[in-house]
Design a protein around this ligand. Structure first.
Ligand code: ADP
Ligand code: MG
Length: 491
C-alpha cells in the first residue's frame, strides 16, 4: 500500500466531473455484481466518490468502522476496479466524511431531512434495486437509536405462503400478533434462508404489524447494529444499558451473518440478554442456521438457538407462479395495458427457480419489454427478455467441505493437504482449484473461504481464483477437469 501521495493529495484541489460520476457508477455496479446485493449494500452502499485530485481518487464513508472494514477486506478489489474505470489514477484513499466534507455536485437534500437520513436511504438494498420511490419508505419508530427504514410494500398481506415458508410465516405472525404483556413464545425468532427467499420481507412484515399495534420497533441490519445502534446506545451514557433498551418492544436484526468482531459480539450478546430477560421480542434473520454462524462465539450461538429457528426453503413452482402474478397485478395498476398470458407466467416460473429477487427482476424485464415494443408478449419474447436472469441462475447449495473432499479425491491428495500450508505443486494446484470452486459455487465471501481453507487470507483466495480463471481459459485439459468437478458437485 502506497502512502506517498497523501501529502500531494491534501494540497491538490478535489473535484469531479459528470464523467467521473459515470465511472464511479460503473465501479459500484461491478462491485454489486461481484459481491451480491447484501454484501454490497452492507459495505459499499454509503461509499461515495468525493472527487479526484491528481492521480488520487478520494472516497468517503460515514463511519470509521466502514472505513476500516473496507480497508481490511476490500481495498485491493476496490483499487483495481477504480483503476480500470478511471484512466490515469494510481491511488485511492478512503476517508470518513465529516460535516465539513461535502461531495461536490450533490443534489440538495429535501428540506426537513437531515444529512443522516439522506445518506441512509439510498444504502438500503430494496431502495437501490428500483428507482427511488420515497413513498415506499417508513421509518421505524425508535429512530434515535439508528433504526433502518422499512419498505411499505413488505407486509404480511403481500407475503405469499407456500410449503417452503409456511412455518416461518406462522411463527412470524404469532410473534407479530402477540399480546402485549405476555412473555414471548419464540424468543428470539430466528429465520434463516438463502438469498431472495423472503427473509427481509418477513422481518419488515413483523415490524409493520407490531408498529401498527402502537408498539416500539427497531429494525436494524447487521452493519447498522455494529456502528449505529451500539454507538447510539453508548451516547446515552446517563442511563444504564437496560434502561436505554427499555424503549424497545421489538428488535429486528437482518442479515446477522455479517456481524463481526469481538466487542460487537459482546454488545450483541448483552443486548440479546437484556431484551430477552425483560420480555422483549427479538427477531433475527440470517442466511444460515445459528450453528453455522462461524464468526459468532458459542454463547451467542446458543442464545440464538434458544428460541425458535425456522428455515425457509426454495420457493416451489406454484409459489413462484403466485409471486409473479402478484407482481404483474401490481404493475398493472400503473400500466393497465401490461398483459401477461398464463403460458408466459408458467414459462417464467419454470425458468427462474432461484429466488424472489430474480422473479421481481423478470417481471420488470417483461414490463420493460412490453412498454418498449408495445408488441404481444409471446413465450419467445419472454425468453429473450429474461435470458440473463436464467443464465445467472443460482448454483445449488454446495458445501465447501464437499468441494475440498471431491477435489482432494480427484487429484489424489488428502483434504488435510489442501488445508495445510504445504506448497508443493501437487498440492497447490488442487488447493487453488478448490478455492476457485468455493468462490463460484457458493455464496461465501473471500475472507470466509480463506478461513475455511486453513485460515488463509482473502487475498490468497482471490489470487487462487484469478489464477484458475486464467489457467482454465488457456488449458483445455484443466477446463475439462474443472467442468467435471463442477458438475459432480452440483448434481
Ligand atoms: P432475502 O431477504 O431472504 O434475501 P427478500 O425478503 O429481500 O429476500 O425477498 C426478495 C424479493 O422476493 C422481495 O421482493 C420479496 O418481496 C419477494 N418475496 C420473497 N418471498 C416472497 C413471498 N413469500 N411472497 C411474496 N414475495 C416474496
Ligand atoms: Mg434480505
Amino acid at each position: 500500500m502506497s502512502n506517498s501521495h497523501v501529502i500531494l493529495a491534501a494540497d491538490a484541489p478535489v473535484s469531479k466531473t459528470v464523467d467521473d460520476d459515470a465511472a464511479w457508477d460503473r465501479v459500484r455496479r461491478r462491485l454489486r455484481a461481484e459481491l451480491g446485493d447484501d454484501v454490497f449494500s452492507s459495505w459499499f452502499g454509503r461509499l461515495e466518490l468525493l472527487g479526484l485530485a491528481g492521480e488520487m481518487a478520494h472516497l468517503t464513508v460515514p463511519t470509521r468502522f466502514l472505513k476500516s472494514w473496507i480497508q481490511s477486506h476490500y481495498m485491493d478489489r476496490l483499487r483495481s476496479l477504480v483503476f480500470e474505470e478511471f484512466i490515469g489514477l494510481s491511488e485511492i484513499q478512503v476517508a470518513v466524511r465529516s460535516a465539513a466534507i461535502k461531495p461536490v455536485q450533490k443534489p440538495h437534500s429535501a428540506a426537513g431531512h437531515d444529512t443522516t437520513t439522506r445518506e441512509r436511504a439510498p444504502s438500503e438494498r430494496m431502495l437501490s434495486d428500483a428507482p427511488t420511490q420515497p413513498e415506499r419508505v417508513v421509518t421505524s419508530e425508535t429512530d434515535s437509536l439508528g433504526g433502518a427504514p422499512l419498505d411499505r410494500r413488505l407486509t404480511f398481506t403481500n407475503f405469499l405462503v407456500g410449503k417452503s415458508n409456511q412455518l416461518a410465516h406462522a411463527a412470524a405472525e404469532r410473534v407479530a400478533r402477540h399480546t402485549q404483556g405476555e412473555t414471548p413464545l419464540y424468543n428470539p425468532l430466528y429465520v434463516h434462508a438463502g438469498v431472495g427467499l423472503g427473509k427481509t420481507h418477513l422481518l419488515h412484515a413483523i415490524a409493520h404489524e407490531t408498529m401498527a399495534q402502537g408498539r416500539r420497533v427497531i429494525y436494524l441490519t447487521a452493519d447498522r447494529f455494529m456502528y449505529g445502534f451500539v454507538a447510539a446506545l453508548k451516547a446515552q451514557t446517563a442511563l444504564n444499558f437496560k434502561e436505554r433498551l427499555r424503549g424497545i418492544d421489538l428488535l429486528v436484526i437482518d442479515d446477522v451473518q455479517f456481524l463481526q468482531g469481538k466487542s460487537i459480539q459482546q454488545e450483541f450478546c448483552h443486548t440479546l440478554n437484556a431484551l430477552i430477560d425483560s420480555g422483549r421480542q427479538i427477531v433475527i434473520a440470517a442466511d444460515r442456521p445459528p450453528s453455522d454462524l462461524e464468526s459468532l462465539d458459542e454463547r451467542v450461538k446458543s442464545r440464538l438457538a434458544g428460541g425458535l429457528a425456522v428455515e425457509m426453503g426454495p420457493l416451489d413452482e406454484s409459489l413462484r407462479v403466485r409471486i409473479i402474478e402478484a407482481r404483474i397485478a401490481s404493475a398493472r395498476q400503473h400500466q393497465p395495458s401490461f398483459d401477461v398470458s398464463p403460458a408466459v407466467i408458467s414459462y417464467v416460473a419454470q425458468a427462474i427457480i432461484s429466488n424472489g429477487r430474480d422473479l421481481d427482476g423478470a417481471v420488470n424485464r417483461l414490463l420493460a419489454h412490453s412498454t418498449l415494443t408495445g408488441g404481444a408478449l409471446t413465450v419467445e419474447a419472454a425468453e429473450t427478455a429474461i435470458r440473463d436472469l436464467v443464465r445467472a441462475r443460482e448454483p445449488r447449495k454446495v458445501k465447501i467441505e464437499d468441494i475440498q473432499k471431491l477435489v482432494a479425491t480427484h487429484f489424489n491428495v488428502s483434504r488435510a493437504d489442501i488445508l495445510s500450508s504445504r506448497r508443493s505443486a501437487g498440492v497447490v494446484k488442487p488447493r487453488q482449484i478448490a478455492m476457485y470452486l468455493a468462490k463460484v459455487l457458493t455464496l461465501r465471501s473471500l475472507p470466509e473461504i480463506g478461513r475455511r481453507f486453513g485460515g488463509r487470507d482473502h487475498t490468497t483466495v482471490l489470487h487462487a481464483v484469478r489464477k484458475i480463471e486464467g489457467a482454465v481459459s488457456a488449458d483445455s485439459g484443466l477446463r475439462d477437469d474443472v467442468e467435471l468437478l463442477k458438475r459432480m458437485l452440483q448434481d
